[in-house]
Design a protein around this ligand. Sequence first.
Ligand code: BES
Ligand code: MN
Ligand code: ZN
Length: 500
Amino acid sequence: MEFTIKSGSPEKQRSACVVVGVFDNRKLSLSAELIDRASNGYVSEIIRRGDMEGKLGATLLLHNVRGTLADRVLLVGLGKERDFRDREFRSAIRSAVKLLNETGSYEAVVYLTEEKVKRREVAWRVEHAVIVAMEAVYRFEQMKSQPTEVRRPLRKLTLSVPQRSDLTAGERAAVRGLSIAHGMDLARDLGNMPGNICTPTFLAERAQALSTEFPDIVVKVLERKECEELGMGSFLSVTNGSNQPPRFIVLEYMQHERKQTRPSVLVGKGITFDTGGISLKAGLDMDQMKFDMCGAAAVLGTFRAIAEIKAPINVVGLIPACENMPSGTATKPGDVVTSMSGQTIEVLNTDAEGRLILADALTYAERYEPVAVVDIATLTGAMVIALGHVASGLFSNNETLARALLTAGDDACDRAWQMPMWEDYQDGLASNFADFANIAGRAGSSITAACFLSRFTKKYDWAHLDIAGTAWKDGKDKGATGRPVPLLATWLLEQETPAP
Ligand code: BES
Ligand code: MN
Ligand code: ZN
C-alpha cells in the first residue's frame, strides 16, 4: 500500500472516499463538522436519526454526499472524546481500513490523523496510522494454491494533517511507519511459514536475501563446523536429533557516522520447530511450535525496518537457528553439555532448548563489546500464563536499559512488562552433575529461564524479552503478529544521534 500526506479541507477532496470521525454522544469531529456544513447538515441529520452514534469502531458509509467532491464519506465512531487515546485511535483506524479494503474504494483520504490524542504529536499519529493500516490488510497466502481475490483492494491512503507546517514531519513519520510495517510483514511471513519450509537453512537464505536488498546489512552464516570450532556445545546439543543442519546467522548494520561506536546486539531464538525433543511435547496444538522462531523473525524484521529508514546507528543481529527433534541421536535428559562460555549444563529437560541455543549466542555477542544486548525469544509457556497475550515479559540486569525498552514499548503500542530477577530465583538451577541445570522447578519458570540466561550475560548490559504470549495469535485470527518489531525498532531509533 502507498501513503501520502496532505493538508486541506475534507469537503474539497476529490477522492473515492473521505474518512472522518464522530465521537460518542453524537459529537462531530472538526472534519465531520466541515462535511456537515458543506452538505447543509446531512451528517448531523443522519446522526440525529440514530444511524451513527459514535461508538468506537462503528462505521457508516455514505454515498454522493451533497456539497463534497468525494464519491463517498465514511463516518467512523471514535468513542468518548475524553477517552480518545492510543488504543482508541488505533482501533478507529483499524475499523476504517478494514471497511475500505472490503468496499469498492481503492483509495481514500483519512482525517482521523487530525484528531488530538493525549501525549501524541502528529508524527506519532501518522506513523501509527500507517502501521495499523498495513497490519489490517496483511494476509498470508503464500501457501495457498489459489489466492483469495479481493475485488478492489485498498491501494493508497492519504493521511491528512492539521496544518501545512505539519507536512514535513508527517511525511517523515509515514516513511518510518511504513518501514516498521514492512519489518513486521517480514516477521509475520517468516513466523507463518510452515516448519517444513522455514528451516534453519531457509532463515539463513532469507537473511542473505535481506542483505542483497539492503546492502547496508552485512550477513555471515556459520555452519555446523564453524560452530563446533567456536565451542558452541550448548547450541549444537539441541540440533543433535534433527536432519536439518543448524545455522548461526550474523547480521551487521554499521551505519553510525563513527563506525567504531559500540553496537547494540539483538539475539533471536530461531527454533524452526520445537517438538520438545526426547522430552516430547503433548500433541495438542503442537503445530504452533512452528512459531518458535519468532524471536529470529523479529530480529530480521527489525533489521529490515532500520535499513529501510537508513537509521544512522550500529546494530548486530545474532540468530542461532535449528530444529528441536527427538531421534536416536538426540540429546537425552541428564546429558551434560559444555557451552561456548566454558560453563557446563545438565540438560534435565530437552524441551527447555531455547535457553541452550541463546546461551552460546549471548557468549558470541561479547566480541562486539556491545552497549546493550537484547534477546528476543518465545521462551516459556509460563509467560503466557503470567501476562497473557498483551505484554511481552521483560527481564534485565540493568534498570536504565529496562526503562528504555519499556518506554519504547509504550510509545510503539507494543508493550512489555518488567518481571523480577532477584538472586533468590537463581538457586533452583543448582545441579549435582554440572555447573548448573537448564531448568528449575515449575514455579516461576519464566523467571528461572531468564536466570539461566543471566549466567551468560555478565559482561554487558542485557535484557531478555519473552514473547511467548505476544508473537502469535491463536484462534480465528491464528498467525504471527510481527511483535516485538515495533518495540525494537522504536528503541533502536531512539539511539539515533541528532543531526549536527
Ligand atoms: N518454545 C517453548 C515455549 C512455549 C510453549 C512458547 C508454549 C509458547 C507456547 C519452549 O521451548 C519450552 O518448551 N519451554 C518449556 C520449558 C520447560 C520445559 C521448563 C515450557 O515453557 O513448558
Ligand atoms: Mn521447548
Ligand atoms: Zn522452544
